[in-house]
Design a protein around this ligand. Structure first.
Ligand SMILES: *Cc1c(COP(=O)(O)O)cnc(C)c1O
Length: 357
């Protein structure tokens, strides 16, 4: 830290991303919930030499073909769509727009680690509410709470989901607050709140191309909401970085959104593999939460979470673990390809056997 850093950022605690190994050893990478499948072939086809030549020109600040494709896919008006450089940017603009120097945010204490980071960065007051003992969110903590609400649904890193009716109740009972639903994982079996958009002008739904559309490296995310809320996000963006999506991201995102068949095939495959892995881990004695996401959150029996995490890493398998009181013995394991998950299960069984677990 230099002596020049502003006083208010000196105690900042930035988000810590999962490890992205570079070169060297080849890992089975089950630590950041990426898709095991490549992007749609239409994405490759869209990025032509001609489009690369056009990189000398700025991108469209309204990202038009992409917003139109998203609006068509979700049956909403173009004015109800905001696109960002990954959904992290969309979330950042939402915290800035609706909380900075204003209303407090409330979100679960165990959820996406970026929420408190954004809140501190932008000077947003927040309340982190503990989950119930079984890791579920208690809707009563949010119904009529009078605060801005952020709920990841399905939640991270548990994979547990709330039903659409509950989200509707939270939105209805907080008419003067923004209810932001982060649906990063909704395509793997959750119930999206998109059909509720017409009923609630305070509902903001955030989704990403990083997980279910295999474009984590392209950085494309979006929000759906009332034209008023979307306009507020636009105001943040045009005060910060009008060209927030580059030309290739707009092309890739559009192509991915338009390939519904490929999207369905990939998400169905991940769900089938998740069911199989859940069963196999339970057979090995693990406690496995009922995930509606592209990962499972699981606790081994007879060995600590840390020991299993370390032993898997030594055998070339990366998973994610947090050294925090309630979850230190859990690993979050992304759902990879069938081959990757077979290797993971085999190595896990070996480690348990060697530990005498
Ligand atoms: C992965 C993830 C995001 C961020 O996704 P990007 O679009 O890659 O920025 C947001 N929210 C949750 C809950 C996530 O797991």
């Amino acid at each position: 830290m230099s002596r020049f850093l502003s006083e208010r950022f000196r105690s900042a605690r930035p988000y810590v991303p999962g490890e992205q190994p570079q070169g060297g050893q080849r890992y089975i990478k089950l630590n950041t919930n990426e898709s095991p499948f490549p992007p749609s072939p239409r994405v490759t086809a869209a990025i032509t030499a001609e489009e690369v030549e056009k990189l000398r020109l700025y991108s469209d600040p309204d990202a038009r073909p992409l917003t139109a494709a998203i609006a068509r896919r979700y049956g909403v008006d173009g004015r109800q769509v905001f696109v960002g450089n990954g959904s992290d940017e969309v979330l950042a603009f939402a915290f800035l727009a609706f909380g900075s120097g204003g209303k407090a945010f409330r979100f679960p204490a165990l959820s996406y680690g970026f929420y408190p980071v954004f809140a501190r960065l932008f000077g947003v007051e927040f309340e982190a509410v503990p989950l119930r003992e079984d890791f579920t969110i208690d809707p009563a903590d949010y119904i009529g709470c009078g605060k801005n609400v952020v709920i990841a649904n399905p939640n991270a890193p548990t994979g547990l989901a709330l039903g659409r009716r509950t989200i509707g109740e939270i939105a209805r009972s907080n008419p003067d607050s923004v209810v932001l639903v982060d649906e990063a994982y909704v395509d793997f079996g959750g119930e999206s709140a998109v059909p509720l958009l017409g009923e609630h002008d305070n509902l903001l739904i955030v989704q990403t191309f990083s997980k279910s559309r295999s474009l984590a490296g392209m950085r494309v995310g979006f929000a759906l909401g009332s034209p008023g809320l979307i306009g507020d996000l636009q105001q943040m963006k045009f005060s910060f970085n009008p060209y927030n999506l580059d030309r290739l991201a707009i092309l890739a995102g559009t192509a991915a959104m338009e390939d519904e068949a490929y999207f369905c095939a990939c998400t169905e495959k991940v769900c089938a593999t998740r069911r199989r892995v859940t069963g196999a881990l339970r057979a090995l004695g693990f406690t496995v939460l009922e995930s509606k996401a592209n990962f499972v959150f699981a606790k081994p029996a007879g060995i600590s979470g840390e020991a299993l995490f370390t032993a898997l890493r030594a055998r070339g398998v990366l998973t994610r673990r947090w050294d925090e009181p309630l979850i230190r013995d859990y690993l979050r394991i992304s759902i990879g390809s069938d081959e990757e998950m077979d290797a993971f299960l085999q190595k896990t069984a070996e480690i348990l056997r060697e530990a005498g677990a």
